[in-house]
Design a protein. Structure first.
Length: 109
């Protein structure tokens, strides 16, 4: 976690905190302890949700955060289409005879 990263926390549609993670966690922990539903924390730079371990007291949560090493962001994918394991196959909508052969306009192979 770098000093320039900012986060925003919401309970449903209401913003409950914004700032560094150390500034946001107390409000998030208080909301979680009050059994708030739909509690989300977003990384402002990427828009992705952040998973936080909120077990224990606030001091425990902050201690785990300080002990956590910085995580290097994943490398972006290379150029081109992703390999999804899909094999291209020829598809035809032409009618077939009883043997499975495709008929042409004249009705022969």
């Amino acid at each position: 976690m770098s000093a320039t990263e900012t986060f925003t926390a919401f309970v449903r549609r209401r913003r409950i905190a914004a700032g560094s993670l150390l500034q946001v966690i107390p409000a998030v922990k208080a909301a979680a302890d009050a059994d708030a539903t739909h509690l989300l924390v977003f990384d402002d730079a990427t828009g992705r949700t952040v998973e936080l371990d909120l077990r224990g007291a606030l001091a425990d949560v902050l201690e785990r955060l300080r002990d956590k090493p910085d995580v290097e962001p994943a490398k972006p994918a290379g150029r081109g289409r992703p390999k999804l394991g899909v094999i291209a196959r020829e598809v035809t909508l032409l009618p077939r005879n009883s043997r499975g052969d495709v008929k042409n306009k004249s009705g022969t192979k």
